[in-house]
Write a protein that binds this ligand. Structure first.
Ligand SMILES: C[S@@+](CC[C@H](N)C(=O)[O-])C[C@H]1O[C@@H](n2cnc3c(N)ncnc32)[C@H](O)[C@@H]1O
Length: 274
């Protein structure tokens, strides 16, 4: 692999572009990270310089290169039942949410869903705690900026080591064992997969046009790279599409620094829409 240099003026171009496109603000210290993570991609594309790659990236109208670029500089790390304390909190919250419903209809958004573990965990959780799960009209919207992770999420196939922390009860109820070239894997059952709509969606630039307000919004470990202004704007937009009294769940290292008039802290990185 050829080692391509990233000049300061090239880094400045990427920094501005990435901020405008996805709200990620890169500090000067990130030069080495960008160079390291993107060198492989430049080599794959036979690009002679970062400037040439910048032109390629910014002229790609499909958005595919942007998705690859984001994947290269951010992380898609996720897992089933991540942020354990929040699921304990949700167990207590669920009966009260169910009791307040006039229709047997639940709408939840997993914003920044990565490879699908989060939206499928929501369904496994509801399947376990709603005795009449089948009779509910449940729809999970699961979105991400990366088409690569969404492809994996749609298939819903996970390796044995990704499901090993789950109880046998959940594995039996939610997955089927399948044989893949790499060995035994586990695929989420169609009855659960059918309840999730996966969509490519940029949380910073795409308009929020939804027919229903949501009963919950999960946006966990997504805003870590965003600067404060972008974070606050996004939270403000979430407030317009979340039902009053409903929770917004963030990652455990994330918190709200503004929007206090619309959200109140009620659990570990869980905020209630007032
Ligand atoms: C670390 S993963 C978190 C996955 C899951 N929410 C969790 O907590 O396990 C962050 C995800 O956010 C996505 N992401 C980053 N910026 C985004 C943006 N502007 N719009 C939509 N998704 C974005 C990334 O592609 C990545 O899959």
């Amino acid at each position: 692999m050829v080692e391509i240099e990233l000049k300061p003026e090239e880094f400045a171009l990427f920094r501005r572009y990435i901020y405008e496109k996805v709200g990620i603000s890169l500090s000067d210290q990130k030069t080495t990270l960008i160079k390291g993570r993107l060198n492989k991609r430049l080599n794959q594309l036979n690009m002679p310089s970062f400037r040439a790659y910048y032109d390629y990236l910014t002229n790609d109208v499909t958005g595919e290169e942007l998705a690859l670029f984001i994947s290269a500089i951010s992380t898609n790390v996720t897992s089933f039942f991540r942020e354990a304390a929040q699921w304990v909190w949700l167990e207590k919250y669920l009966p009260q949410m169910i009791a307040s419903k006039r229709e047997k209809k639940i709408r939840i958004w997993s914003a920044g869903c990565s490879s699908g573990e989060e939206p499928y965990t929501i369904l496994m959780f509801l399947q376990k705690h709603l005795s009449d799960f089948e009779s509910w009209d449940i729809k999970i919207l699961a979105t991400d900026i990366s088409s690569k992770v969404l492809g994996k999420a749609i298939l819903g196939i996970y390796e044995a080591k990704q499901v090993e922390s789950l109880s046998q009860e959940i594995i039996l109820r939610s997955f089927e064992k399948i044989r893949t070239p790499s060995g035994i894997s586990y695929q989420i059952l169609p009855i659960l997969r059918d309840k999730v709509t996966f969509r490519l969606f940029n949380l910073v630039t795409d308009p929020f046009i939804f027919t229903n307000k949501f009963d919950m919004i999960f946006c966990r470990n997504v805003m870590i790279y965003f600067d404060e202004k972008t974070r606050n704007e996004l939270i403000g937009r979430f407030s317009t599409i979340l039902l009053s009294g409903s929770p917004l769940l963030l990652g455990s290292s994330e918190s709200l620094t503004s929007n206090r008039e619309t959200f109140k802290l009620i659990g570990s990185s869980i905020y209630q829409r007032l």
